[in-house]
Design a protein around this ligand. Structure first.
Ligand SMILES: C[S@@+](CC[C@H](N)C(=O)[O-])C[C@H]1O[C@@H](n2cnc3c(N)ncnc32)[C@H](O)[C@@H]1O
Length: 275
């Protein structure tokens, strides 16, 4: 993977850590660079959002290490993940660190890159299609639209001290707000936004498992968001999109199949030959 590998103080080869965005789910949304690295890597350290169809593209015999996290149960703490990447690289191994969406959007990619740099480990960052962009495209919701929104904001809904965070002005006329990890706090989010002056009938879309075969797109007015999530038993991963743009597209469909023409099994052999 490395033309001129870095060397440690003792003259030993140091591996490189590739922080690779795996996109929102559909393997077709991987970048060519991500696919190429994945198909050649001996070691892939991945989080739980990476679709099994993407992991299946790893080369036969590659070591796949899951460091999946969930809201309530951390399989591996972030410090331990950082230490694992550094340890493997200092042992001379190149690492593909595969992360859902884009590594630098709510993905802790910045922390992993800092840990590597601090240990003298070279890092490459391969951007991915963030779920915000993939989900919006799959649901046919334009995040910007000349008639409806010229500003888009991304926020995390499960942050500590949610009520203390200043979201004022992020949603409202001419704006689209995309909320990651907001299912469990949807009630608080709704109260917070309405307290900030947002109308209770502002349209909202919830996009669950975007770009996967079982993707759902659900719509409600802001005041009905928490009830919608509860009654439809929306599961993670899901995004909440707030603003006039969510009323775009076909409002009659609640469950929307991702384009099956795109969602076919990737012919990795053919791709490998091209690359
Ligand atoms: C830790 S964040 C990682 C975000 C990721 N780095 C990105 O750029 O999309 C995880 C959250 O991303 C959102 N997410 C990721 N994949 C998704 C998908 N396929 N459909 C809907 N939301 C998704 C959900 O809000 C999920 O809780």
């Amino acid at each position: 993977m490395e033309a001129n590998p870095a060397l440690s103080d003792r003259g030993r080869r140091v591996g490189k850590v590739h922080l690779v965005g795996a996109g929102p789910g559909d393997p077709d949304l991987l970048t060519l660079r991500a696919a190429r690295l994945l198909m050649s890597a001996a070691l892939v350290v991945h989080d739980g959002l990476v679709d099994p169809a993407i992991l299946a593209m790893a080369r036969p015999g590659a070591r796949l290490v899951s460091v999946a996290k969930s809201r309530s149960r951390h399989t591996m703490r972030q410090e331990a993940i950082n230490a694992l990447l550094v340890r493997e690289a200092l042992a001379g191994n190149d690492v593909v660190r595969l992360k859902g969406g884009d590594p630098f959007i709510f993905g802790r990619g910045g922390e992993e890159a800092e840990a590597c740099r601090a240990a003298g480990v070279p890092v490459e960052v391969v951007p991915g299609v963030s779920s915000a962009l993939g989900a919006a495209a799959a649901a046919r919701i334009p995040l910007t639209h000349r008639d409806h929104a010229s500003i888009v904001s991304f926020v995390a809904g499960q942050c500590k001290g949610l009520t203390d965070q200043d979201w004022s002005g992020l949603a409202g006329k001419g704006r689209t707000l995309v909320i990651f990890m907001g299912l469990a706090t949807a009630g608080q989010i709704t109260e917070k936004l309405i307290a900030d002056g947002l109308a209770p009938d502002v349209p909202v879309a919830v996009i669950e498992r975007a770009t996967r075969a079982d993707m759902r797109v659900l719509r409600a007015p802001l005041a009905g968001l928490a009830d919608l999530i509860a009654s439809e038993r929306v599961q993670s991963p899901a995004l909440i999109v707030i603003g006039a743009v969510t009323a775009q597209g076909d409002n009659t469909i609640r469950a929307l199949a991702w384009d099956t023409a795109l969602n076919t099994t990737l012919d990795t052999g053919a791709l490998e030959a091209e690359l």
